[in-house]
Every structure is written in C-alpha cells, then in structure tokens.
Design a protein around this ligand. Structure first.
Ligand SMILES: *Cc1c(COP(=O)(O)O)cnc(C)c1O
Length: 393
C-alpha cells in the first residue's frame, strides 16, 4: 500500500523535534551535530533568536496580501539585494526551482524582444541541478531527473563539466544563454575555476549570450563571499538564489540586470506567494547579517579551520576518504565507499552530512558554526570513518 506521503524520498529513520544553532534533537533527546543545515538552508543555524524575533513580530502583524498591492518588506529586500550585488531588479519566488524557471523564461523573452526568438539555445553542464520542474529537469538533462517524464522542453544543450574547449566551440550566434552553477552542489561540490568563469564571461560578452549563474546552493555567504562569483571578479546577467536566503523560511529570488530583464513587463510573470511579507521580513534580516564584512571574514576563518582538519581526516582514513574539495563552508569529501553509506555511518556517530553525485558527501554547516563545533564535527566524522574501515573487506 502506498504511504500517505508520496514515497519519492529515501528518508533516514530520524525525526527531529527541536533545533538550536548547529544542533538537532530527537524526541528521545539524542543530539546530532548538523553539517547538513537543511541542505545549505539554515545559514544562521536553527532557531536563531534574531530571526525568531523578526518572524514573530511580522507574524503578529501581517503574513500575506498578494502581489496585487505594494509590499514594503519586499521592496526593502529588493533594495538591499540590488545594493549588495550586480543586480538592478529582483523577482521573489518560494524556491530555487521557480527562480530557475523564471531565468529560462527571461532569457527566451529577451531574445524574442530582440527580434531573434530563434536564438533559444541555453547551454548547460553535466552534473547540473536546477530544480525539479519540467523546465529545470530539461535544463539539467540527466537520466535520473528526466526518466519517464516524456517529451522535454527543447532548447537545452548539455556540455561536459570542466571542458572549456567544448564550451568555447558551443558558444555562438545561436546561444541565448549559458546557465551554470558557480559551484555545483548536487553534482558533487565542483567549483568552476575563477579563470574559467572569467573566460566564460568574456565569451558571453563577445557573442551577446546572457550569463545565468545558479547560486541557489553556493550563494548567501556559503563560499565566504556573499555570492560565489565574486571570487572571480565577474558578474552574471541573471542569477538564481534560494536555500540560504530565507534562513529556513521558504524564499527564492531571481536577480537580473536592467538589460537582461528588459523584456519583462506587466503580466509577463507572477506568483501568488512569492515575496510575501513574512518571507521578506525574515529574508531582509538574513541578508543584513550575512552580507556584513565581519561575518563573512569569520566564515572564511572557520572554513580554513574546517578544511585543515578535514585534510587531516582524509590523511588518517585513506580507505574511506580520497580528498577534500569545495570553497568556504561548502565542502565535499570524496569517498571510496558509497556516499550514502558514509552518511549513514555519520548518523551512527551523531553527525549529519548530505550525499551528492561523483562519490562525494557534502558538508554544508550553518555559517555560524563555532570552532568547538568544528572540532567536534571532525571527531565524529573520524568515528564514522573508523567504523567504515572495520567493515572493509
Ligand atoms: C536546491 C537547488 C535548486 C532547486 O531549489 P528548490 O528550492 O529545491 O526548488 C536549484 N539549483 C541549485 C543549484 C540547487 O542546489
């Protein structure tokens, strides 16, 4: 018999009833150190007192009015995002998928308005993940995402990850846009090197193609800059943001330059919930905290500490771990056993991580994780690795 919850997830047999900072607690009072953070969502940890206060205050005042009216909290968050980034304009969504969906629509409409609607090819990359809508799975194109779902939206061409020669050969007069995660998340924590991003930006400029960056997972301070592309000193024309932007409250955003957004007019897109007062009040507080220079400096300091300890972990357990990769507090451990087995061993050692493709487990802790919690995390990962070693043939 089918469960009352549609069985699309292979869930761990864990249920949490309480969270605080980097810790999650079960009903039995067992405490887990959380290096998953709701898949890079809880950037300020669980039950952050500042965010709880903002949410409570807004909840007692006004939740939702729809986009039929002006929403001061939404206007404020848009102003803050535009001041902090390359963007001139923002559309708020409830998720990363919806932001990706709008990115695709914006690109197509841009070329339609330019009088060349046939210029509709969007280049994407193997290992990409942009969400689960029909458009987003067509963009990513992997067998795992598209199997059984019939005819896919046309107009996407997937290129091998890291193959700059293939990318250069593919960008041309027919290219509407290049859409890429600055750091691939689900694909296994694979950063696009700064030099490649710079080249990509130059090739897009030369051909007129729009550069669309998906920073749903790697944005919002995760890599030690507010957005990951800042490390390369370039900026996109369009960018998707979600996950961390609401600190746990569902919120996403599509950021764009005035030029890229120039074809979007009244009636061309919409959302009932997107950018409601509750989400935007929380989002504004998250952004104020995360965009602070001192906060980001701390993220970088702690990231260096965690990385150094993880290098030691890899050296101590060569049968389990091959390498550390990633940037900031978006780190991956390349594993020899199946990643799901390493994640499960972590559960037994009371530490939470996230599996990814390419034989990697992801560490995506709250950006507020403390030095002591970093120490404890590595102790627990070490314990997990030791149990895996004793199971090796
Ligand atoms: C999670 C993710 C998405 C989809 O976001 P949802 O909020 O789950 O719809 C899109 N792109 C990237 C890079 C992601 O990590």
């Amino acid at each position: 018999m089918i469960p009352t919850l549609l069985p699309t997830y292979n869930r761990a047999p864990l249920a949490f009833v309480k969270g605080q900072g980097s810790w999650l607690e079960t009903a039995e009072g067992v405490r887990y150190l959380d290096l998953a953070a709701g898949i890079a969502v809880n950037v300020l940890g669980h039950a952050n007192p500042d965010l709880v206060a903002v949410l409570r205050e807004q909840a007692g005042r006004l939740w939702h009015v729809s986009n039929l009216y002006r929403i001061p909290e939404q206007e404020r968050l848009a102003d803050l995002l535009c001041a902090a980034t390359f963007a001139d304009t923002v559309f708020f969504t409830n998720s990363g998928t919806e932001a990706a969906e709008l990115a695709i629509k914006m690109v197509r409409r841009y070329w339609s308005q330019a009088g060349t609607p046939e210029r509709s090819e969007i280049l994407t990359f193997e290992g990409a993940f942009h969400g689960r809508s029909t458009g987003a799975i067509a963009a990513a194109g992997s067998e795992k995402l598209v199997k059984g779902y019939g005819a896919l939206m046309p107009g996407f061409r997937s290129l091998p990850w890291g193959d700059m020669a293939a990318l250069r050969a593919a960008i041309g007069a027919q290219t509407a846009a290049v859409m890429v995660e600055t750091v691939q998340g689900e694909g296994g924590i694979r950063p696009m090197p700064d030099a490649d991003l710079k080249e990509l930006r130059a090739w897009c400029d030369a051909s007129g193609a729009l550069l669309v960056l998906d920073e749903v997972q790697c944005g919002m301070g995760r890599t030690g800059r507010l957005f990951a592309h800042e490390w390369a000193g370039i900026s996109p024309d369009i960018m998707m943001v979600a996950k961390g932007i609401g600190g746990g409250f569902p919120l996403g955003a599509l950021l764009a330059t005035e030029t890229a957004a120039s074809a979007m007019v009244v009636g061309s897109h919409g959302s009932t919930y997107g950018g409601n007062p509750l989400a935007c009040a929380v989002g504004a507080r998250v952004l104020e905290i995360v965009s602070d220079k001192a906060f980001l400096a701390e993220v970088n300091r702690k990231a260096a500490l965690l990385r150094q300890k993880l290098e030691g972990l890899v050296a101590a357990h060569p049968q389990v771990f091959e390498a550390v990769r990633g940037q900031g507090l978006m780190l991956g451990l390349k594993c020899r056993p199946e990643p799901v087995d390493v994640v499960r061993a972590g559960h037994d050692a009371l530490v939470l991580t996230v599996p990814a493709a390419d034989h990697v487990i992801r560490l995506l802790p709250a950006l507020t994780i403390s030095d002591a919690e970093i120490d404890e995390a590595v102790v627990r990962l070490d314990r997990a690795a030791a149990t895996l070693e004793t199971q090796q043939p």
